[in-house]
Design a protein around this ligand. Structure first.
Ligand code: FAD
Length: 454
């Protein structure tokens, strides 16, 4: 009888341990993707992710077809759908990669209670939660985590893609991808995303190849939003179109500052290691004391939130980042830090509102990485920046030479000189005044923190 390969955020054929093991079993293989908007507490994918998913599935279906296989699409509650499909085709075994979002772990338990679920490791450098401190507990702090992880490197060489995938005698029915409505229609906001990205395994390898030549200079350029210094692999890694192991092997010999890049891949592993320990990290302060911080709410705060979302805060670097996000589904990491800090500290708005906006608009929206970075910025996390360290957006913009980046994303300011553009000193037509003065914002944030402490 056939076996099922349950695909989730692992939409690739190479270095895909679940697919590899299913093929090695000798049984006919039925690859299936389930769109799950139904399971309670399953976080529904955001708009930008849905756009990405559509294209990634389209590509995967073609790659499977080239190996004599098919991609079966079903919709509904994951465990129920898989159990029903298994009954329909007479399958008893399911192969999948481990996923660590709390809803996926629940679904895995549901599948395992009715079918034989073979879970393989493969979306992280090491299994999240597996590295232990001297006292036997999982790591909470990044630096010692990374040190421990490096001791397990290099990872094993990536697994090859199967040449042919044995097909069942009869294929079960599949939904039509178009019927899932994953793409935006009115308005079609995905124009900038189509221009910038090629979802799917081939696009992922193109990005990786292009980056491998630049990897040695990563350290010098990664903080400069005006230059393409980083890999832009994040959505490909999130959807598992490429594994971190593949990225590691492609760049490890590059020399220069490649270690810094590998350390960022390590942050991705670290984030998964955190959500394994704190499954509700995306919605709860890790430091309980922050539960009583008086975040602003009400109409004025909502107006500020909308201005932030639409890139109209009057702080050019923040606005450039938020507009890049809206147009392309991605934002440079340095600018993510500045924009997130601005929301939390300058506008004193709860980090969870920012986390939700990023969840909806990022093509790389990732439960673990998003939550860990928001809590890091807000100072509420297990390992985080202190709340009282308030980033100064205008000097950050100058320090990291963001003039070209601002000109690209905030065309109203394109005529200003490099010296003026970070902090326009006179009104510019069409561009809003600052929503709040930096010093006043800083004092307000510090006062809110002081009230919390007393
Ligand atoms: P590179 O610099 O080329 O890094 C290589 C890879 O390492 C990335 O693709 C990513 O997988 C990983 N990585 C790099 N930095 C981090 C980090 N700080 N934390 C975790 N992994 C990292 N990243 C996401 O993938 N999804 C998110 O939802 C997400 N939300 C974020 C929210 C905030 C507030 C902040 C400050 C950062 C967030 N990041 C998130 C982390 C980081 O900004 C992106 O991973 C990075 O900008 C992606 O660009 P790149 O692929 O060119 O990164």
């Amino acid at each position: 009888s056939p076996v099922l390969v349950w695909l989730r955020r692992d939409l690739r054929l190479t270095d895909q341990a679940a697919l590899f093991a299913a093929c090695a079993s000798g049984a006919p293989v039925i690859p299936v993707y389930v769109l799950d908007d139904e399971t309670p507490r399953h976080r529904r994918m955001g708009g930008a992710s849905r756009w990405w998913l559509h294209h990634s599935l389209e590509r995967l279906a073609r790659d499977l077809a080239a190996r004599g296989s098919r991609l079966i699409l079903r919709r509904g509650s994951s465990a129920k759908v898989l159990v029903a499909l298994a009954q329909e085709v007479g399958a008893k075994e399911v192969y999948a990669l481990h996923h660590y979002e709390p809803w996926w772990r629940n679904a895995e338990r549901g599948v395992n209670s009715r079918l034989r679920l073979h879970l393989h490791h493969g979306n992280y450098l090491v299994p999240p939660g597996s590295l232990r401190t001297g006292s036997g507990t999982p790591f909470k702090i990044y630096t010692p985590f990374w040190r421990a992880l490096q001791a397990h490197m290099p990872p094993l060489p990536p697994l090859p893609a199967p040449d042919q995938i044995a097909a069942p005698a009869h294929w079960p029915e599949s939904d039509h991808l178009d019927s899932w409505g994953l793409l935006p229609t009115k308005p079609d906001w995905a124009g900038g995303m189509r221009g910038d990205w090629t979802p799917g395994e081939t696009g992922a390898h193109q990005r990786l190849d292009a980056f491998a030549d630049r990897a040695a200079r990563y350290e010098q350029r990664r903080n400069l939003p005006s230059v393409p210094g980083t890999s832009m692999l994040s959505p490909h890694l999130h959807f598992g179109e490429i594994s971190p192991t593949q990225a590691w092997h492609a760049v490890a010999g590059a020399g220069g500052s490649v270690e810094t890049f590998l350390g960022e891949i390590g942050w991705r592993d670290y984030a998964a290691n955190v959500i394994v320990q704190f499954p509700d990290y995306g919605s709860r302060n890790a430091r309980d004391a922050f539960d009583s911080l008086k975040w602003r709410d009400g109409a004025e705060a909502e107006d500020d939130l909308a201005a932030w979302q639409h890139g109209r805060t009057g702080y050019p670097i923040v606005d450039a980042g938020m507009r890049q996000l809206w147009a392309t589904g991605w934002m440079h990491n340095r600018v993510r830090m500045i924009a997130a800090s601005f929301l939390v500290k300058h506008l004193l708005i709860d980090w969870r509102r920012g986390e939700q906006w990023f969840w909806d608009t990022l093509v790389d929206a990732d439960y673990a990485s998003n939550a860990v970075n928001w809590q890091w910025t807000a100072g509420t996390g297990v390992d985080s920046n202190m709340f009282v360290r308030i980033m100064a957006p205008l000097s950050q913009s100058d320090k990291f030479d963001a003039a070209g980046y601002i000109r690209q994303w905030v065309p109203e300011l394109a005529g200003l000189s490099d010296a003026e553009i970070h902090d326009p000193q006179r009104p510019v037509r069409g561009y809003p005044a600052k929503r709040i003065d930096h010093r006043a914002a800083r004092e307000r944030a510090l006062a809110a923190y002081a009230a919390l402490k007393s």
